[in-house]
Design a protein around this ligand. Sequence first.
Ligand SMILES: [Zn+2]
Length: 376
Amino acid sequence: MIEQRHALLSSSPGTTRELVSLHFGPADRGRKVLIQASLHADEVPGLLVAHHLRRRLAELEASGALRGEIVLLPFANPVGLAQWVLQSHEGRFDLASGENFNRHYADVAARAAELLVPRLARGANVDLGEARAALRQACAELPAGTELQSLRRALLGLAIDAEVVLDLHCDNEAVLHLYTLPALWPEVEPLARLTGSRAVLMAEVSGDEPFDEACSAAWPRLAAALATRLGRPIELPPACVAVTVELRGERDVTHELAASDAEALLQFLAWRGMVAGPPPALPDLACEPTPLAGSLPVLAPHGGVLVHAVPLGTRVSRGEIVAEIVDPLGGGVTPLESPTDGVLYARESRRFVLAGTRVLKVAGREPVRSGKLLSD
Ligand SMILES: [Zn+2]
């Protein structure tokens, strides 16, 4: 295992932070996987999964079982890790800018296309290794005027040439679920089966450039940018399978869950031939993929005590009562209905909420939302 340290831009004199990446397996085979935890720095389940992965990857490396490089970032967000305010960990938003740590990753396809055009203009086909090198260079050239921008550049630079990117997150309270591009579903389906995912939410464009999309969408965007510049169709495979893995809720932190999640991720890598041995048997799918535009929130119409009415993971029907908001001052009880047929896959963990709070989310089949599809 090789440990690499990536210095972030110092935001003020006397302060420095660094991102640390752990590299397992051979780096000279042209195959790379990146797994990172806690980009939202207060989402802890991924940290414990990274702990179990670290030990297992060291064993697999020692036995010569790794067929490519596996990069593990146990703490993907050193800026957010240090953001404690009045005894609360604020790990989702950068306190300096107010920006979500999992948004605004750069689209580097246009610059990578520019780098590739001179060779391709002579009629050559796109070589995946060269395309990956161009994407790496485009990342390295990104401007970074703040510590946060330098963190985003470092993270994207480590991931952009990987064939698999697994970004480990969690929701407030949730069943395990995934986010990915629709075109990647055939390659993500084994991961959904192995992790027992209860929802898979798919979007071409989620809005505001989350990390997984910046990695996976780089390939179709690169193909489109090259086709425009060269005036001929360019065939490129979806060469990066990037998935946001939501490891249930923020308090679902046990060694049993983390060890079995780590094993599921390694089995997915074995299924892809990144870990030696026979491919694992795939369990049945626990859900069907649904459009992110069909995931509908239920909002609190007024403040009060939130009382959930059905367990997480329940398949609910449109109009079914899924929660109540209780106003102990006025004595009112407002029932909240599911806006669609689907799986209640995530919900608010606080039990007192303000008007407008998203109290739960139901994954429906009909794509009815548009615009920015992710929560703030
Ligand atoms: Zn998150």
